[in-house]
Design a protein around this ligand. Structure first.
Ligand SMILES: [Zn+2]
Length: 608
């Protein structure tokens, strides 16, 4: 008996202490202090000019427009100079226009610009001196407008074809007040394109001379960035598994506006290789019996030429929620990684209270981090840094060739310090929100502190479809497919999360879904698509006239290697140089791989 006890103690010691780990360095936060007007300079005529009208940099910054225009692949510059802005065909006035923004001469200049064929998109114009140009008699501020509906037909509403896009919520009526909106009362000649419940216009259009203006009675800070930071007033109509484009509608309006009035426009598409959309596959592995089924998922994915990212809970402590299970899974993790799947972190203790954890010191290591789940959403000794750093340390130390840069929070609970903890620990990507919750189906740069001021280096890939909501994934395939098709119409992205706690039904359902996927919707693991998105988001590109009248030169330079970059053109493309591929409708061109630090110039001949 005594011998047996000693034997067990020896085994325990052996399996739980001397693990090879690889500590993540603690990086400083990279604050982005660059002036937006130098970060986004004037480079070529096709760029949309954003005239930043705020008097000082502490005022509403252009971050929501940076997000919107980059996500939509619309080239743009930011300037404070009206003369410079008016050299471009399309001008956005942001964040507002009041009595101090322009003098009388500048107001005339702006009016002449529109009369001569220019197009302006503005938000929150308050100045009486521009009422005639923008086509309103008065505006009514309120913090009690909870929805709006788009009305009529207009080129800028081109992408808003589904009921969930024709009407959106701004916030839940359970709040006495939400953010400010300005309802416009139209004057003769202007047309309402979106209306609030009180009959005022949320978006109007006014033709003036050869040009046209659009005026929005909301701030993109509130309807785009606030949603992406999940600081919205619960504007979402569902939490997960439904099509919720509440923030995307504004991005799609800007895209349609650019395509309607941008002349011979060119746009960087969101999906690689000319496809309409993509389904990103992922699994959360967060229970001791969730490891073995991973092999079944990896197998059916391989059979359908797909791959997935497995988010691994590195549970190495016994607590109120479960026993430790990380050690026993190592062989299997190495196997699925060697088979071509990619791995991310799904925290250490997977706490429902993660969103309430303290940030921690950043010194958390496997050797000194002893978190314990205590009850439903309580824990002791746990920090945000501990959960992200120690899980990475273990995965990187235990799995050959592993560098963990993708994170997903347990129970999708997100503390506002998560972007900082991830960035400082060397992560690059996160998938802890649902698309419905953030009202967006496009990946985006995750703002630091989930705030409004500056982006972190982390990109967010929100979860579109998951497996647990009743009646279960296998019984919801038609609904899942419909959401994917709705996103494909917008060139948006879908993220599928299937827990690997069993594979008998779920792997068969996933296989069904993969086989029903239209061929112009790609499938990818999350990590590889995220690398594409990061390179795409940081890409510098421009277009200039070529040697002959119908030729253009597309110049791209990238810091990260990137394959499949696709540009859309208004005019059909008849010829492309350097191994670039023209789509069958001739309006898209896909570039060959561009290496890191490389600048590629593609010569294109456009049809008349
Ligand atoms: Zn989980």
């Amino acid at each position: 008996m005594a011998l047996l006890v000693i034997g067990l103690a020896a085994i325990r010691k052996k399996t739980s202490s001397p693990l090879p780990t690889r500590a993540a360095p603690l990086f400083p936060l990279r604050h982005q202090h660059a002036d937006p007007t130098t970060e986004f300079p004037d480079r070529f005529p096709l760029q949309v000019a954003v005239l930043w009208t705020a008097a000082d940099t502490s005022s509403e910054n252009p971050l929501p427009l940076v997000h919107s225009l980059k996500e939509m692949g619309i080239p743009f510059l930011i300037t404070r100079n009206l003369d410079q802005a008016l050299k471009h065909r399309l001008v956005i006035l942001y964040p507002s226009v009041d009595a101090h923004t322009f003098n009388e001469d500048q107001a005339k200049q702006l009016t002449t610009f529109v009369e001569n064929g220019g197009t302006v998109f503005a938000q929150n114009v308050f100045w009486g001196g521009l009422r005639d140009l923008f086509g309103f008699r008065e505006f009514k501020p309120s913090r009690k407008r909870y929805h709006l509906a788009f009305v009529g037909q207009d080129p800028v509403l081109k992408y808003l074809n589904r009921p969930q896009e024709r009407e959106v919520h701004l916030g839940s009526e359970s709040y006495d007040e939400i953010f400010w909106s300005n309802g416009y009362v139209l004057s003769g000649g202007a047309v309402a394109l979106a209306g609030f419940d009180d009959g005022t216009a949320a978006l109007l259009s006014h033709a003036v001379g050869k040009g046209r203006v659009y005026l929005l009675g909301l701030s993109l800070m509130d309807v785009v960035l606030r949603s992406q930071s999940n600081r919205d007033f619960e504007a979402e109509r569902h939490y997960v598994n439904a099509f919720e484009p509440g923030a995307d509608v504004w991005l799609l309006i800007l895209r349609a506006w650019y395509e309607a009035y941008g002349g011979d426009w060119v746009r960087l598409t969101t999906i690689p290789n000319g496809q309409r959309s993509v389904l990103l596959l992922s699994h959360d592995v967060d229970w001791q019996n969730s490891f073995a089924p991973c092999l079944d998922f990896a197998r059916i994915e391989k059979a359908d030429e797909a791959k997935s990212t497995f988010f691994i809970q590195t549970k190495y402590v016994d607590d109120a929620n479960s026993k430790a299970f990380f050690w026993q899974s190592l062989g299997l993790l190495r196997e699925i990684k060697a088979g071509g799947s990619t791995l991310g972190s799904h925290s250490v203790i997977h706490s429902r209270g993660f969103n309430k954890f303290d940030l921690g010191s950043g010194q958390e290591r496997y050797a000194n981090y002893h978190p314990r789940g205590l009850g439903y959403d309580t824990a002791s000794g746990a920090t945000v840094f501990g959960e992200v750093r120690v899980s990475k340390e273990l995965l990187d130390g235990q799995i050959p060739e592993q560098n963990t840069i993708f994170f997903r929070a347990g129970h999708l609970r997100v503390p506002s310090s998560l972007p900082e903890a991830l960035e400082r620990s060397g992560y690059e990507f996160d998938s802890s929100f649902t698309a419905d919750d953030v009202l967006s189906n496009f990946p985006y740069a995750l703002p630091l502190n989930l705030g409004f001021e500056e982006d972190s280096q982390i990109y967010e890939f929100p979860v579109t479809i998951e497996d647990e909501e009743p009646p279960g994934f296998a019984n919801r395939l038609p609904q899942a497919l419909e959401v994917i098709l709705a996103n494909a119409e917008n060139e948006a992205v879908n993220v599928l999360l299937v827990h690997s706690n069993e594979s008998a039904q779920k792997a068969a359902a996933e296989q069904d879904l993969l086989r029903q996927l239209p061929t112009d919707i790609g499938k990818s693991d999350m990590l590889n698509f995220a690398r594409f998105w990061q390179a795409r988001d940081r890409l510098k590109w421009g277009i200039s006239p070529g040697s002959e009248g119908n030729e253009v030169a597309l110049e791209v330079s990238t810091e990260e290697p990137v394959e499949g970059l696709t540009f859309a053109f208004r005019r059909p493309i008849s010829q492309a140089s350097k191994g670039a591929t023209i789509s069958s409708d001739r309006h898209r061109v896909t570039l060959p791989e561009v290496n890191s630090g490389q600048t590629a110039v593609i010569e294109l001949r456009l049809a008349r």
